[in-house]
Design a protein around this ligand. Structure first.
Ligand SMILES: NC(=O)c1ccc[n+]([C@@H]2O[C@H](COP(=O)([O-])OP(=O)(O)OC[C@H]3O[C@@H](n4cnc5c(N)ncnc54)[C@H](OP(=O)(O)O)[C@@H]3O)[C@@H](O)[C@H]2O)c1
Length: 268
């Protein structure tokens, strides 16, 4: 029998960015722990593919709904749709959306910077506002924000001004929301992964490897050597932390940022 502290039977979760590298792995982990899950992002075909892959891996069918999390009307519709598809009550929200575009600060395209703020932090606020209202009504809820080690430590060298700024903002939003939502029985925590091989990172890896004059495989090996565990993170490395933050085991933990990062922030 599953340990009750980590049992998500009877819980319902919405994973925004649920067709992405980390979001899909987290959605699958929540399903395996017993939750009924809806995944969301902008592209319906990616959601359908993620649904099929989760079904193949677990035998369970997740629901999906296409929405742009930067658009407040879309997020309101997502809450309504999730309530309909998940049986009226949602207990867990995961914000796993966003993107990274690396540019030198001296040449940073400001429109791109604004788009990163919109996708990586404003969307987290919009979803927290609308799911938070629902959680307050229920007197219970879990919000899990995907931050990054880059919310805490800068990258050596240029390129990450937009990304680091947005992830630092995610960390502080997490703490402030924890302060505001705690009295309603709602926890708000963040996960700060190290660099992880997901679709978001493919073009970044290719550019960095080309800049360094090495193959992508050699570049990834070098990246892994930079942390105490001496390897790159995988999406599966993030899942246990997400399940913990979604589960009763973490009911008295709020406003925290947890780092499944191979020890990078210990030495960073
Ligand atoms: N991979 C890493 O190395 C790493 C490390 C630390 C933190 N993170 C963070 O973890 C989260 C997930 O990253 P990932 O690597 O899984 O990226 P990914 O594979 O590119 O997935 C990102 C997901 O976000 C969705 N998305 C983007 N903009 C959206 C919007 N406006 N509204 C709704 N959905 C949107 C994308 O789908 P659509 O394009 O179809 O909307 C996609 O499903 C991000 O917050 C990222 O910053 C990643």
């Amino acid at each position: 029998m599953a340990c009750k502290l980590f049992d998500l039977s009877g819980k319902t979760a919405v994973v925004i960015g649920g067709a992405g590298g980390l979001g899909q792995a987290i959605a699958q982990g929540l399903v395996e722990a017993g939750a009924n899950v809806l995944i969301s992002s902008r592209k319906e075909d990616s959601l359908k593919k993620a649904q099929e892959e989760i079904k193949a891996a677990t035998g369970e069918t997740v629901c999906y709904y296409a929405a742009d999390a930067t658009n407040e009307a879309h997020v309101e519709a997502l809450v309504a749709e999730a309530k309909k598809q998940l049986g009226g009550k949602i207990t867990i929200l995961v914000n796993a959306q966003g993107f990274n575009k690396k540019q030198d600060a001296l040449d940073f395209d400001i429109e791109t910077f604004r788009q990163m703020l919109d996708a990586n932090i404003t969307s987290f606020m919009i979803s927290a506002k609308h799911f938070g209202r629902h959680f307050k009504e229920n007197g219970y809820g879990k919000i899990i924000n995907l931050s990054s080690v880059r919310g805490k430590i800068a990258t050596k060298g240029p390129g990450n001004a937009g990304y680091c700024a947005t992830k630092g903002a995610v960390d502080m939003l997490t703490k402030q929301l924890a302060s505001e939502f705690g009295p309603f029985g709602v926890t708000v925590n963040a996960i700060g992964p190290n660099i992880t091989a997901t679709p978001m990172m493919v073009s970044v890896f290719e550019k960095r490897a080309a800049d360094a004059g090495v193959t992508v495989d050699e570049y990834l090996k070098q990246q892994g050597e930079g942390n105490p565990m001496r390897r790159m993170g995988t999406p599966e490395d993030i899942v246990g932390t997400a399940v913990f933050l979604a589960a009763p085991a973490s009911d008295f933990m709020t406003g925290n940022i947890l780092y499944p990062d191979g020890g990078l922030t210990a030495i960073g």
